[in-house]
Design a binder for this molecule. Sequence first.
Ligand code: HEM
Length: 429
Amino acid sequence: MKYTTEFWMEASDSFVDRLMLQLPFDVESDEFLQNPYRFYEQVRRTSGPLHVTGAGQVVVLGYAEATSVLRDPRFGHGAQAAMERTNYGVPAPAFVLTDPPGHTCQRERVRRAFSAREIQSLHQKINNLAADLTESAARSGTADIVADIARPLSAQVVADLIGVPEDLRDNFVQAAELMVRGLDPPRLIAPDTRRRIARARIGLAKDIAVTLRRPPGTGLLHTLSEGSDGPAARAEIIATCAQLVAAGYETTVGLIGNGMHALLQHPDQMAALTATGPSEQAVAAAVEEMLRFDPPFQMAPRSALVDADIAGTPVPRGTIVSVLLGAANRDPHIFFEPHRLRLDRQPRHLAFGLGSHYCLGAALARLQTTAVLTHLLPRRPRPAGQLVSYRPTRIARSIRSLHVRLDAPRSATRPKHHTEHRAEASRQR
Ligand code: HEM
């Protein structure tokens, strides 16, 4: 079988279309993009924590039910879905879509790159980068937090983690920005955009293959290729690294953008946070509440691998189960005033999923967001008036831009960092 653009244009239709377009919400409407939570609440009010659609799909809105599905090995992806929904032009699935035991081995190989020690070693670099980007964004007195800070920071961190060489980084950022749209139902994406997405994915995988043929560099690409040989191992490395771009880039941008937007919408919470200094502990707590309040990844899709049940509701083998992380994070049985951002709670949210697929990049995303808040909040960000809109993606959720006024830095001008040039390019796209 040839894993070409055309193959994926056809093959990737079925699961995601069925998954999204059978949901009991008008996912095509702009209202849903702007505020999916209102839709979740309507369904919760009429159906409770579980909703079964006319087509038999189970939609999970309750926190306890979401937790039990994510931990239950009877729910997974199935071997066929894994290949159908991965489209990096190589015969290997993204491991987020695989089930144990294959998933367990692959995850273990990658997990080494995400150990607490590895992540902590990036701390200083991320902090300096966040400081540079914030300072340069603040220079004109206004900034777009998404384009000027979140995008260049997240791109640089994921590229470093993987070990993308400098000459391929611009291709990489362009592919990463397009790829997130490919998570959506193909039916909602114009054919020419779908084609661009499929090409971007395959282009990214080719760039990774080119890098693998070069002398050993740094990062995950290097670590994974040590001691592994042959086409199957190469395909697996390519799919893994391409998946990290899909999983790690836009999500972190979403957390910084959505989270800062939520803070700006709750001035009392912003004031309470800044009144603490803000302290390291208060910033860390704020990041968790941002993750609960408006998570950048709204849904974890699963299928029943055998006849199963969720809290006593029978779920026949093959049933699609949509775990709505964004809805579970606002379950009123768990969270007091769920629709309010309250920095005084310690939310046990599901923004990073749970169980065997729990996000490998959680610590990295937290580190980046904490660094941005630490440098941004002392500049007293205030809304700069522009209307806010979200990217036209449903599984991923990220604000398109977030304009703020900032206190200007006191220091004199300094030469531009290379990430600032990329920020300008990203703004123009
Ligand atoms: C705020 C930022 C992020 C959010 C909200 C997020 C969310 C998630 C969620 C919900 C899952 C589980 C999906 C499922 O169960 O179906 C997941 C898995 C994953 N995430 Fe993240 N993620 C973020 C950042 C990152 C970063 C920065 C990376 C790496 C660079 C990353 C890498 C991964 C990987 C590799 C998996 C698959 C784990 C597995 O299947 O075993 N994520 N993420």
